[in-house]
Unconditional design. Structure first.
Length: 202
């Protein structure tokens, strides 16, 4: 009588290894899939009026209303009769005024190197700093086409306007608060509370 023990053992071993092989295959498949990381929530809309929209690079615009999430990387645009107030997670607040184009370039409220980097392309904003500025005022900044504005104290409230040639004359009258270059675009700091610095772009 002949016994086929080796073949029987091979079947048992394969039976026990098969779930393990499936697990490894599934793990490799998960690792190989692209990772779509959700951008960090920088804050929320505390008030909105009129037509406002935010957009991530390569994504569809999102209509903004009260309590809408604002993410790092968002570009926010307001229309002629609209504005939006964004409350950031560190307590800072920015009011994006009508007919403005504004971006949250970098927002980090978790790591050791906390920072808020914002850009105003057009229009105006009213800003008040929060906890990130308390740790280091230089870590809060708003860039414009002509200058970078930074608070120099732990707590500051200020407004930044960008205007074209039509308001250059008004800017000259407020020369003490104006940041001007030879370019046609002018960035002005107004309604300042606390110490703020503005450095022209090279």
């Amino acid at each position: 009588m002949r016994f086929h023990t080796p073949s029987f053992r091979r079947k048992i071993i394969f039976f026990h290894l098969n779930p393990f092989i499936k697990y490894i295959g599934l793990l490799l498949l998960i690792i190989s899939l692209p990772v779509f990381a959700q951008p960090e929530v920088a804050g929320h809309v505390s008030y909105a009026r009129g037509s406002n929209a935010a957009q991530q690079p390569g994504a569809e615009p999102r209509v903004l209303g009260k309590d809408s999430a604002i993410y790092q990387g968002d570009n926010i645009q307001t229309t002629e009769r609209s504005f939006v107030i964004v409350k950031f997670t560190d307590g800072s607040e920015v009011t994006i005024r009508p007919d403005s184009n504004f971006s949250i370039d970098h927002f980090d409220n978790h790591s050791h190197d906390k920072a808020v980097h914002l850009t105003l392309y057009h229009g105006g904003v009213d800003a008040s700093t929060g906890d990130i500025s308390k740790d280091n005022p230089d870590n809060f900044q708003i860039k414009t086409p002509t200058a970078t504005i930074k608070p120099k104290s732990e707590s500051a409230e200020f407004a930044v306007d960008i205007c074209d040639q039509q308001c250059e004359e008004e800017a000259r009258k407020a020369a003490a608060d104006a940041v001007r270059t030879e370019q046609s675009v002018v960035a002005r700091i107004v309604d300042m509370k606390g110490e703020v610095s503005a450095k022209n772009q090279a």
